[in-house]
Design a binder for this molecule. Structure first.
Ligand code: GLA
Length: 391
């Protein structure tokens, strides 16, 4: 039995004890962002893939206005409330992601009666693979389907983003939700967060596989540290707007404008802005390489992005740096970088299929030796899609 069919079987069994209604089952993938690090909230280009692992939601409509929520990952605790209790001020802990999705959909569609909702996931939580956006997106999809709402992907992206921003309180951009709803099999999504254009560029899984290596360090402080990076970029933008007319986001700032006005920024703001300017260049180079099927060229941009995240955005930690170094020492590894917000979590690397065994051994041995932490490598090709799972 595959892991996903086990989750579906367990979830359905659990639901029978938790609710007297029969559930429908929905799935939303996690994502790995390969290039365009911290670019979504700066208006840049991001290049993520949707993964085959993600969140499963078991949900059924109730006849009253009670919402009952449980999660396999959080010990089967049941959170119960009335629909009118949904409010960003009550957001706390694991349930806030599910509540946020119910709040955003209720605000928009005004259609909710009560619901029983149970979630399970095969994604590591708080490890940079977008477990938060995955659970929110899966619940948004479940609500749309259960209430027969004709919502397109853009609307669901918007509501999922709203839930995380306004209810949970993370000032994220739309990278995660866009990757989750628009990711396609064997492609990297190129999403321009300013122009809103989307292009799917093929990634040949015979030529390269995606390795995800978990540092085993959770990024507990992520939301506060992450929100701080957003605030630093926002204040750099405000300072630059005084000198560069018409500037709407840091991505639009040219290298020349930066050189001319950088002394108007604090040292921290200068570093953050430099990361954005360099990452704009890297995403251009990476996209060009990818289109020419030059995986090595794309991978080199990924690795350079990692070092910029370490030195300029300062969101890496020693453990992630050790993994990136070990990964890129292996012949057949095209490039590696931390994926997601940083401060812990996972590294994503592109590796030639023939180098997989050597890669696993070298990276795990080097990591154990240098940090005393045991890890493993999981292999993916871009694959997950948001869907209802029918028997
Ligand atoms: C987190 C956020 C995203 C994005 C990434 C960094 O995953 O949720 O919106 O900013 O960090 O690229």
């Amino acid at each position: 039995m595959t892991k996903s069919s086990r989750i579906i079987e367990n979830g359905t069994e659990h639901f029978a004890q938790f609710s007297k209604h029969a559930p429908r089952v929905f799935f939303a993938p996690g994502r790995a962002n390969l290039l365009g690090a911290h670019m979504d909230y700066n208006g840049g280009v991001v290049m993520p893939v949707a993964l085959s692992k993600g969140t499963y939601v078991f949900a059924a409509i109730r006849k009253d206005n009670i919402l009952r929520i449980s999660s396999q990952q959080f010990g089967g605790e049941v959170v119960e409330m009335e629909i009118s209790d949904l409010h960003p001020q009550r957001a706390k802990g694991w349930a806030s992601y599910i509540e946020g999705a119910l709040w955003a959909t209720h605000q928009r569609w005004q259609c909710l009666s009560g619901l029983d909702v149970h979630v399970d996931s095969d994604l590591p939580i708080a490890k940079g693979l977008s477990s938060s956006a995955s659970v929110i997106s899966a619940v948004v999809k479940a609500v749309a389907s259960l209430f027969d709402i004709d919502a397109d992907c853009d609307e669901m992206i918007h509501l999922s983003h709203l839930a995380e921003n306004r209810y949970v309180g993370v000032r994220c951009g739309v990278l995660d939700q866009t990757a989750i709803f628009l990711g396609q099999k064997n492609t990297i999504l190129m999403f321009d967060c300013l122009e809103l254009t989307r292009v799917h560029v093929p990634l040949d899984s015979h030529a390269t596989q995606i390795a995800i290596i978990d540092s085993q360090i959770s990024r507990e402080l992520a939301s506060s540290e992450f929100n701080l990076r957003v605030a630093e970029c926002t204040s750099a933008l405000s300072a630059m707007q005084k000198h560069v007319p018409g500037l709407t986001c840091l991505r639009e700032l040219t290298a020349n404008q930066f050189s001319e006005y950088k002394d108007k920024l604090s040292t921290i703001e200068q570093k953050r802005t430099r990361h954005v300017i360099d990452e704009v260049q890297r995403t251009r180079r990476g996209a060009k390489a990818l289109r020419a099927n030059n995986i090595a060229g794309f991978g080199a941009c990924m690795t350079a992005a990692h070092y910029s995240l370490r030195d300029l955005l300062e969101v890496s930690i020693n453990e992630l740096d050790v993994i990136v170094k070990a990964a890129t020492d292996v012949d057949g590894c095209y490039g590696a970088r931390l994926t997601g917000a940083g401060f812990g979590g996972c590294v994503a690397a592109l590796v030639h299929p023939q180098a997989k065994a050597e890669f696993e051994k070298h990276v795990c041995d080097a990591y154990k030796q240098q940090t005393n932490i045991q890890t493993s490598v999981q292999w993916f090709s871009p694959s997950g899609v948001v869907c209802e799972i029918k028997n």
